[in-house]
Design a protein around this ligand. Structure first.
Ligand SMILES: Nc1nc2c(c(=O)[nH]1)N[C@H]1C(S)=C(S)[C@@H](COP(=O)(O)OP(=O)(O)OC[C@H]3O[C@@H](n4cnc5c(=O)[nH]c(N)nc54)[C@H](O)[C@@H]3O)O[C@H]1N2
Ligand SMILES: Nc1nc2c(c(=O)[nH]1)N[C@H]1C(S)=C(S)[C@@H](COP(=O)(O)OP(=O)(O)OC[C@H]3O[C@@H](n4cnc5c(=O)[nH]c(N)nc54)[C@H](O)[C@@H]3O)O[C@H]1N2
Ligand SMILES: [Mo]
Length: 760
């Protein structure tokens, strides 16, 4: 349970002994000590399993230990010896479980048997698989296909994901929202317009050739810690790392590599960031605008003096479109506006621009700090504009590097989990499976929520995830969710979304990736795509948590078989018997992306999918890389003169994976024992009359007739810019209005909720 929070600035480095202690603690707490040796031999290794945690690249020549503190926690959490059995459900009513914290629910351990909600006893009761599938199939047959949603969280393999999207399309809709809709959907909209690809352009090897890294809104120490190995090597080559983040995140500051005995002995960290700028939440468009302005000024000087040009005019002329308008826009944007929106000084922006201008090849990394804003697409497109000015896309050591979230979230999109019909080769699916696929766009996450609010959704199938907890507007959504006719939750652990029941609710337990997936042809391999478009194989190693578990492909296939009319061209049973046949089907649908799929499974470092922009082939409407004008100088609402209106950033602690809370410590931020906290700038706190460590009430400051308030939030004086405050996701999701999302991609704007804070 949450207690009173304790806060002491964390002075230790990321990694190092702190992370080793944390790994040991979590292995013991989850009773997963027996599986610990596997971390060394199998984790992210060819012949082993792909980490279930983040999507960061897995090197071709892995380190001795190719795992991090948080990958280890995720693995122990999956391989826990604790179990959530039918007996557990008999002992606890759903009404009671709804009072439990997220941590306590998942800490009960792995789900062991399929269960169905029984309203009379207010408990979940064991049900046979056959009965469950028969009932789900017969219910699905009765609905209007447009009123059913097939959600996916980004963990399921390429094989499962391909089968799942086919199930939805054969059923008759493109209602395939996924966690990406709350995450990097902004990337999937921004990058195709700018450079003609929905994914990043760099490969891991580019880090060996880069001269400078820019980082915006990504918390490496917690959310992609293995990237620190790469960053350490970059720093040791002397390349600068420039970070923009409202919070001084520890991972970007100091790192001790637990795999280097020498460094562990001295505990002397590698400094990662060489320059750190605490930009306002939502201030990045302005910061980058300022950098671009400096580049134009210096380029003018270079032309006047005959010095080497700052802009790469040859690249701009040959490869880009829209440069003149962009130049005019940047030149006409006034410095006072830039400084106000970014919250940075001229000297800071100039220093960042200088480092950028001096470097030959630059990689730009970004995360949720750019994507989860009202103008998130503009955030990303401004960053691309900055890269294009100096030809930093499509050559070694340079490019754009979105750091994706779930371990296969990017891959799910690649194999067709998309609500946007024109992103999927529907004609090929039609030919392969002899049916007429639905051509109308389906619902994305926000649209699915809107449809649920309106009562337009009958059934919600969830392939993993914790939808109701991860979306905005929790209070309203929980109320409306109860109006669903059917909720089917394919899951590994119990979470709150399972407990918000529909008329009929099933929890269908499944294997995790590290478990042996035995089918009639033998143990199966599954595959995933990492952040750098490389495809990896993964082989389970451990005995399943319960003999009653079915694999995800089997569950998807059984739902399909019980729901859809027979179709001899879709061999569900053969696919389940041998996943290699699903990979053949994936290759048939996406021949360019998955050439020789089965033969290349064990390529060290994974095999890369082709990304045209890597070779300066621009699949945009203009056939060029496009300079795109930002829609606003502020990525969130404008910085106003009302200083009491703050921007609330909702983010992750070091002890969680999204809604899965591993513990109540955020070691790297020095916050312990509670997650019900609000990090504030001390001047803001004092002005607002709040006591240090006292309790606060947070109220969303929008005028739409809905009251959104959280009370009892403990105030912590934290090093962040005035006007910005921060607290944890998912605890704060009730504060985010459903309509507050990126304008183009509809990614919820979780990084700048307008709030007022008063003593509670
Ligand atoms: N251990 C662990 N690993 C994870 C996850 C996890 O929960 N736990 N989640 C996975 C998933 S699904 C995802 S999407 C990724 C998320 O990984 P991140 O992209 O790192 O996401 P957040 O934790 O939300 O942190 C966003 C960062 O952006 C900063 N920020 C907020 N607003 C702004 C802004 O306006 N400008 C700038 N420049 N910075 C800003 C915050 O201070 C924070 O450091 O991680 C993945 N990996
Ligand atoms: N306020 C705010 N909200 C946010 C964010 C934020 O930064 N701020 N971030 C957003 C982002 S980036 C994302 S990606 C979403 C995440 O949203 P989701 O992906 O929906 O949520 P998770 O917490 O990752 O889902 C955890 C559950 O997945 C199930 N699970 C775990 N592993 C497996 C598996 O292998 N198979 C199956 N079938 N189930 C499994 C478990 O039952 C577990 O309880 O949240 C979004 N919401
Ligand atoms: Mo994510």
């Amino acid at each position: 349970m949450d207690k009173k929070a304790e806060f002491k600035t964390y002075e230790m480095p990321t990694g190092g002994w702190g992370s080793i202690k944390s790994v040991v603690k979590h292995a013991i707490k989850q009773g997963a000590v027996k599986t610990t040796p596997g971390l060394m031999t199998d984790h992210n290794k060819v012949g082993g399993y792909a980490c279930t945690s983040c999507a960061w690249a897995k090197p071709g020549k892995p380190h001795l230990a190719e795992f991090c503190e948080n990958g280890a926690k995720a693995t122990f959490w999956d391989l826990t010896s604790k179990r959530t059995t039918p007996d557990f459900f008999a002992r606890h009513t759903v009404t009671e479980l709804l009072t439990w914290a997220d941590y306590d629910l998942e800490n009960e351990g792995r789900l062991t048997h399929p269960v169905r909600y029984d309203r009379a006893s207010d408990t979940f009761v064991e049900v046979g698989w056959a009965d469950a599938f028969a009932d789900i199939g017969s219910k699905l047959k009765g609905y209007d296909p447009e009123k059913v949603v097939f959600y996916a969280s980004g963990r399921a393999s390429l094989e499962t994901s391909y089968m799942y999207q086919l199930l939805a399309r054969l059923y008759g809709n493109n209602n395939l929202p996924d966690s990406s809709n709350m995450c990097h959907e902004t990337t999937s909209v921004a990058l195709p317009q700018s450079i003609g690809t929905p994914v990043g352009t760099i490969l891991l090897d580019d880090y060996n050739h880069t001269d400078c890294i820019l980082s915006f809104g990504q918390n490496v120490g917690t959310n992609a810690p293995r990237l620190l190995h790469t960053l350490q090597e970059v720093r040791e080559r002397g390349a600068p790392v420039v970070v923009f983040n409202p919070l001084k995140e520890r991972g970007w500051q100091a790192f001790v590599n637990p795999q280097r005995p020498g460094q562990m002995a001295t505990n002397k960290p590698t400094d990662i960031a060489t320059q750190y700028y605490q930009v306002n939440a939502g201030g990045d468009i302005a910061a980058i605008m300022g950098m671009a302005k400096c580049l134009f000024d210096w380029d003018d000087e270079a032309i006047a003096t005959g010095a080497a040009r700052i802009l790469d005019e040859a690249f701009i002329a040959a490869h880009t479109h829209g440069f003149e308008q962009f130049e005019a826009h940047v030149r006409s944007t006034a410095w006072p506006d830039i400084l106000k929106a970014s919250g940075l000084t001229y000297a800071s922006i100039e220093a960042a621009a200088k480092t950028y201008a001096k470097a030959r090849s630059v990689i730009a990394i970004y995360g949720m700090g750019l994507t989860q804003h009202r103008y998130g697409v503009s955030n990303i497109q401004m960053l691309v504009n900055l890269l294009l000015m100096r030809g930093n896309i499509g050559r070694p050591g340079a490019g754009i590097c979105p750091v994706r979230g779930h371990s296969n979230v990017q891959g799910q999109r690649t194999v067709g989990i998309s609500e946007k019909a024109d992103l999927v080769p529907l004609d090929r699916l039609a030919e392969q499976y002899h049916f007429e696929p639905p051509r109308k766009d389906g619902l994305n996450t926000v649209e699915a929520c809107e449809a649920i609010v309106k009562g337009d959704v009958k059934a919600f199938i969830s392939l993993g995830g914790n939808f109701v907890r991860a979306i905005p507007e929790r209070t309203l959504m929980e109320e409306k969710w109860r109006g669903l006719d059917l909720s089917v939750q394919i899951a590994t652990k119990l979470n709150r979304s399972h407990l918000i029941t529909a008329a009929t609710t099933y929890i269908l337990p499944t294997l995790v990736r590290t478990e042996i997936d035995e089918q009639s042809s033998g143990p199966q391999i599954v595959t995933m795509e990492d952040s750098t478009t490389c495809i990896h194989a993964s082989r389970g190693k451990y005995q399943p948590a319960s003999a009653a578990l079915l694999s995800e492909p089997r569950i998807v296939a059984e739902i399909a078989k019980h729901t859809l009319p027979p179709n001899p061209t879709v061999p569900w049973d053969e696919w389940v018997a041998d996943y290699a046949k699903v990979r053949d089907a994936i290759e048939a649908t996406f021949p360019e992306q998955f050439r020789d799929f089965n033969a290349r499974l064990d390529t060290p470092g994974g095999f890369p999918r082709p990304v045209p922009a890597r070779d300066r082939v621009w699949k945009t409407e203009t056939g060029k890389a496009n300079f795109k004008l930002p829609k606003s100088l502020d990525a969130s609402f404008s910085v106003s003169d009302d200083r009491d209106l703050l921007r609330l950033v909702t983010l992750r602690s070091n002890d969680q994976f999204n809604t899965t809370v591993y513990g109540y410590d955020d070691r790297l931020r020095g916050i312990h024992k509670s997650r019900m906290i609000i990090m504030m700038n001390a001047d803001d706190r004092i002005r607002l009359g709040l006591a240090k460590d006292g309790l606060a009430r947070i109220t969303t400051a929008v005028d739409d007739g809905i009251e959104r308030t959280l009370t009892g939030m403990q105030v912590i004086d934290y090093d962040l810019p005035p006007g910005t405050c921060a607290a944890y996701f998912p605890e704060c999701n009730s504060l985010i209005p459903l309509w507050q999302h990126d304008e183009d991609s509809k990614t919820p704007a979780a990084k700048s909720v307008p709030v007022r804070i008063t003593p509670a």
